[in-house]
Write a protein that binds this ligand. Sequence first.
Ligand SMILES: Cc1ncc(COP(=O)(O)O)c(C=O)c1O
Length: 471
Amino acid sequence: MPVQWAGLSPELLLTVDRDGGERLCAQLERQLRDAIRSGRLQAGERLPSSRELARVLGLSRGLVQDCYAQLQAEGYLVTRVGSATRVADCAQVESVPAAPAPDAGPRMIADFRHGVPDLTSFPIADWLWATREAARTMPTADLDYGDSRGSSALREVVAGYLRRVRGAAADPARTVVCSGYAQGLGLALRALADSGVRVVAYEDPGAPATATAAAKAAGLTAVPVPVDEAGLDVRQLEATGARAVIVTPAHQWPTGVVLAPERRHALTEWAARRDAYVIEDDYDAEFRYDREPVGSLQGLAADRVISIGTVSKSLAPALRLGWLLCPPVLAEPLTGLKRIADRGSPALDQLALARLIESGRYDRHLRRMRTTYATRRTALVSALSRHAPSVRLSGLAAGFHAVAHLPSGTDEGVVVTESRARGVGLYGMSACRSSGVASPPQLVLGFGDLTERAIIEGVEAVGDLLLGAGS
Ligand SMILES: Cc1ncc(COP(=O)(O)O)c(C=O)c1O
């Protein structure tokens, strides 16, 4: 699809060499021909008017008109009376061959992918209101390069919010706004590497691919540490010799267990004793159904915990907004690293998020979504009890994913592959294990971005497979 430019003529990257031997008209023709043949100018795309192009290149209008006429005669351009000159439909001769259309496969009934909130519920009206308010009231100075930590308005609001809702010891001066958890983790690991840390531990099961890739990028070695029903095994962490660990204390990814109180204390005690740091991934704390959210670990040991928050689950991943709560000694290094990375996150989006939170619209959205996800969770539980009663679910107290325990002997890989052939996207726990083994057979079922109907139909379509029929 060519770009349909509106208003003024688009600019074209053309040059003229007045000192070379080639005639100016020939130069222009050659460059336009090349641009069309290579696809840089696409079929249907509008060219600047001859008057405009002549002005920009410092040429006579007649010369440009002659050039356009020549290319029209050659079939590269088309001109209709009263309309702009455009690239002819069949002018592209060197266009890149179109990639074969991907195999559409069966109709998708339900994709139980995890990590994605209900995108259709994004509060677009509230976001528009917040963006408008932010743009309307934004001081001109906020359009300049600002504080690399982020807008002071957002840091104040986020810190207040985290103190209130997460029990965090949040200080706006030591809060750094970043592009979601992904950037926050990268910055934290780099800061720790700069401070002398060599090994970082991560939870197993967890997100081994993310942890090892981020560690490698920071020059660190990543080692897995097992998780049991009380969360990360701190004794095994001790044995690794690591001086940093990435954890999901409020709702362990992906098992859903909560880090037990004695483990929380053991972990912060380990960090203090070993001069180590805990990177807390506080990714979906907002959505807890059966009891109040578990407080942030950072509230227990603000000098040893780097807490990373994100709006990827509460609003949408595409916003790419998150924050780091930094221990005092790491606040400056992390601010410096953020400055080097991108000089700060986009100001208008930060101000809009601040308005959304302080207006109460963010809380209202979260309340609405809690009800939505709770209903979807109920739909998943009842659909499984109907179509695959021997499949046990765990990790359901918070967030919008659950772990399905398949009957022993079931082949996790077969279930995933055969389900896909039936139009149902399922994801095995093996991808979350550092060893990659598929035993015991388990699935991580995301239900955030699925309607109740899709959940019910999806489970119905694969119920027999979940009971081991395909293995
Ligand atoms: C465990 C975990 N933490 C955090 C995130 C959020 O990452 P980001 O803020 O970069 O979107 C995800 C996204 O899926 C996740 O799975």
